[in-house]
Ligand binder design. Sequence first.
Ligand code: SF4
Length: 286
Amino acid sequence: MSNILNLKTPNACNWCPGCGNFGIWTAFKAAAEKENWNNTNTAIVAGIGCHGHINNFIELTSFEGLHGRAIPIASGIKMANNALNVVVFTGDGDCLAEGGNHFIHAARRNQDLTVILHDNAVYGLTTGQTSPRSPHGYKSKSTPMGNLDEPINPLSAALAAGATFVARAYSGDIPRLTELMIKASKHKGFAVLQILQPCVSFNKIYTHIFFQENTYHLDKKHDTTNKEMAFAKLQEWGEKHIPVGIFYENTTQPSYEEQLPQIKTAPLVSVGAQKRNINELLESYA
Ligand code: SF4
């Protein structure tokens, strides 16, 4: 039986027809099949938002955290068992507003996590309020006169904080998205994959057509080891001018986990920590 069938759950998908989440889900299952991600080697964590439903549609060990708290939960899982491939699904609101602090500090530590950022530039689950990614002037029920804030650039922020793999994809380009998910997952360190994902119900600006007409692929002239070039490319956003692909990749910087002597030779779960009596441990602090 293929891994995709193994990953199937009995739950019916409840995203709106045409939602970009379908592309992300499909690409992730294709990546899982290619790489044989399963319950013995992979754990997934989601935050709160439409993206978070993905946990219900993939049969892998999963955890859905409080709003904005997917990254710290994933950090804990990785610390307990650093042999696992730990993937975080998070939305632009979840990751960049409620969870902004966690995002920056996990990047700074270069924790070995893959962050899949579902960026639809609205709060879709709560019916389309303005998010940290909504454009200036964006009108929604939370900003009826137009958004006064400028949108945050999540990849520039991640890169400035210390992320060592920074990439962007469009949810409708499933082959490239699959490939980038695999690369991000294989990267040893903090990998952020921003996925431009239409919310067909509430965001009438960032539609499938908008992304199909305005994205272009970074070519071989772009040096992914050059951080300054990455920052420059990340400033681009506009008509026919939204780059997708890998902006930056640093394979020489050790991850946070690689620097911890306690887990250097074996994951914490395999060295007896789980056998410790929790009451004795608590009493030792009394
Ligand atoms: Fe997708 Fe938007 Fe519908 Fe949520 S509200 S399922 S993000 S289309």
